[in-house]
Design a protein around this ligand. Structure first.
Ligand code: FES
Length: 142
């Protein structure tokens, strides 16, 4: 268990330090060799958890919740608005590389559904106008 926790922290550190916010195959091999993990084990861990990505991503990661409470609070329309505002689909990265849009399971913010996080910052009670304000604030260099 301790070894696994340690591996998760190392993967976070590598991903956070990467300018494209992902775990490249080269970095995974380096980590495996440095600590004696099999590359298959590291790959298994990084692909199990949605917080890790094997693909390059934008500067800011938007995680929009689609679980029950958010679904009931119009998350589908909010997601569609986000896709339109960002000019990309869920799973995609904006042309300027500023945002990657991902779906998330419950963020623990059901009381303020619909909800999303941008990096580590939570946002709730989302409306189309609020989405516009939030996204524009990041574009302006929040
Ligand atoms: S269901 Fe969306 S935050 Fe809980």
């Amino acid at each position: 268990m301790e070894e696994k926790k340690h591996l998760l922290e190392q993967l976070h550190d590598i991903q956070d330090a990467d300018k494209e916010h992902h775990l490249s195959p080269k970095k995974v091999v380096e980590l495996s060799e440095k600590h004696g993990y099999s590359p298959a084990k590291v790959y298994g861990v990084e692909t199990f958890y949605t917080m890790y990505s094997t693909e390059p991503r934008g500067k800011h990661i938007i995680r929009i919740c689609e679980n029950q409470s958010c679904h009931m609070a119009n998350a589908k329309n909010i997601i569609q608005h986000l896709e339109k505002k960002l000019e990309t689909s869920v799973g995609g990265t904006t042309k300027d590389g500023l945002f990657t849009l991902e779906l998330s399971s419950c963020l623990g913010m059901c009381s303020v559904s619909p909800a999303m996080m941008i990096d580590d910052v939570p946002y709730g009670n989302l409306t189309e106008d609020r989405i516009n304000e939030i996204i524009d604030s990041y574009k302006e260099g929040k």
